[in-house]
Design a protein around this ligand. Structure first.
Ligand SMILES: Nc1ncnc2c1ncn2[C@@H]1O[C@H](COP(=O)(O)OP(=O)(O)OP(=O)(O)O)[C@@H](O)[C@H]1O
Length: 476
């Protein structure tokens, strides 16, 4: 696929007259999308959660080079339950155009992922079917809808035929890269990015066959500026719906775009999660959908040894951690703090003690965070200090020790059991044994710990970090 020479469209980065560095999510889209306050006038929380979610999602894309391991079942709900349910075990069975099959193999894909096995036959059916699909990050959703777009597009027709909405500029670029890679054997195929800052001349009509962009700009290009004729769109993809719905503005714009499309346009919506709000939104933008869900791998505490250490202050917690340090660095460890400030302080103190630790903090740009995670994954650093927001959703499989320097609590100060399970649950995977140590420094945090024990109905043993024998015992 060739980029549009000298224009702001076409190949990904070099032609962009955009001054924001890639990865700086600080102001992006939040201002221009005119986020409306919710019923309680709550604007800030929404905006922050959008930013966090978008950064999270981008981070996952940057650090991911393989499919996520998943043994869970796929649930398929067909629009017409009487039609047979197809699933494919190979890309050949899909009868893709030869250039596309070449593109798939050039990317190193040998067979469809779990979600692709079921989603691709539905998406490529004749007539094309609408689909709502949910599965965790890294299970092959992007590759699936890119394949659907590339199957439908007619490179000889020089106008937009496929439209893909992404929540942010950076996420749009990541998906664009997949389109470029998979479509590279179609020389006539071009891609345009409808993102803020990408200015075209008035009255111009796009000749690119695929347009990917953020809802606000796509809406302008379809309605006010008329660069795109929405009536000619054959495939409409709404990616990262769970990130998208974190701003009301994005939801409204997506719905307005969807209403301009022809009735027979194929509508596809993808999301990593399926909370109520995502589901309601999905049903508004995808009429008569087939639905595919792939559940998350169940996390369990069964194979994890859990302890708590009783301290009376933050400094004592630090001392206890130093006592434990030798034992925990036999494997790789993640240390969770409640705030960025504590995380930075702790990382600095550990470094002063001569320990080599990495800090993953929300202040860093997403690319920097990805680099930290990459180094940790490669084992260049054995200990990663982080906050909850920063590390949510990141799977580093080889971590076998988790330290809760601060116990996870929600915004009301109650135990956050889900986060506890997610932090700890990742240590005991694939038959390996995991170790979790919780630092308790007040009556309040003891109370939180007790409620966590009750919730999971699992005893958390006390550990004395001055007792070397005991430390040795837990390390083995
Ligand atoms: N069939 C396949 N075989 C091998 N690798 C694949 C296959 N499909 C996708 N991948 C690779 O797996 C990784 C995750 O895929 P993809 O980005 O499509 O997942 P995703 O569910 O869209 O994740 P996210 O929600 O984070 O965007 C990518 O590196 C992709 O190249």
């Amino acid at each position: 696929m060739a980029g549009a020479e000298g224009s702001v469209r076409g190949s990904a980065l070099q032609h962009f007259p955009i001054t924001l560095p890639v990865g700086d999510l600080s102001n992006l889209h939040l201002k221009e999308e005119k986020i409306k306050p919710d019923a309680n006038g709550n604007l800030k929380t929404n905006a922050i959660s959008f930013k966090d979610r978008a950064a999270q999602s981008l981070l996952n894309k940057l650090i991911r080079s393989n499919l996520v391991d998943n043994t869970n079942q796929v649930e398929v709900l067909q629009r017409d339950p009487n039609s047979p349910l197809y699933s494919v075990k190979s890309f050949e069975e899909l009868r893709l155009k030869p250039q596309l099959l070449q593109g798939v193999y050039a990317m190193g894909f040998n067979r469809p992922s779990k979600i692709q096995e079921n989603a691709l036959p539905l998406m490529l059916a004749e007539p094309p079917q609408n689909l709502i699909a949910q599965s965790q990050s890294g299970t092959g959703k992007t590759a699936a809808f890119v394949l659907a777009m590339l199957s439908q597009v007619e490179p000889a027709n020089k106008y937009p035929q496929c439209l893909c909405l992404s929540p942010t500029y950076e996420l749009a670029l990541q998906t664009g890269k997949v389109i470029e890679q998979m479509g590279k054997f179609y020389p006539a195929l071009k891609l345009a990015y409808a993102v803020r800052g990408n200015k075209l001349e008035r009255g111009q009509k796009l000749s690119e066959q695929i347009v990917i962009g953020t809802p606000g700009t796509v809406l302008d290009w379809c309605s006010k500026l008329k660069f795109i004729d929405p009536k000619k769109i054959k495939v409409f993809v709404l990616d990262e719906a769970d990130v998208m719905i974190a701003t009301q503005g994005h939801q409204d714009q997506s719905i307005r775009i969807q209403r301009m499309l022809p009735r027979n346009c194929q509508m596809l919506l993808f999301s990593a999660t399926f909370e109520d709000s995502v589901w309601k939104f999905a049903q508004k933008v995808v009429p008569d959908p087939n639905v595919i869900k792939l559940k998350r791998e169940e996390e369990t505490l069964d194979t994890i040894k859990q302890y708590y250490v009783l301290c009376s202050s933050r400094d004592e917690k630090f001392q206890a951690l130093c006592n434990l340090y030798g034992a925990i660095t036999i494997a790789q460890a993640m240390i969770f703090c409640h705030t960025r400030k504590t995380a930075s302080w702790l990382a600095a103190e550990l470094s002063k003690e001569g320990h080599q630790v990495a800090l993953l903090s929300g202040e860093m740009m997403v690319e920097q965070r990805a680099a930290v995670i990459e180094r940790f994954r490669e084992g260049k650093e054995k200990v990663l200090v982080t906050t909850n927001v920063c590390a949510r959703g990141i799977d580093v499989e080889q971590v076998s020790v988790v330290i809760n320097f601060d116990l996870p609590v929600d915004k009301d100060g109650n135990p956050d059991n889900e986060t506890y399970l997610h932090r700890i649950g990742r240590t005991g995977r694939f038959g390996k044994r995991g170790l979790a140590v919780n630092m308790v420094d007040s009556k309040h945090s003891m109370n939180i710990l007790n409620r966590i024990q009750e919730h999971f109905n699992k005893k958390i043993e006390r550990l004395d970090t001055d007792d070397l024998d005991e430390i040795e015992k837990i390390a083995n």
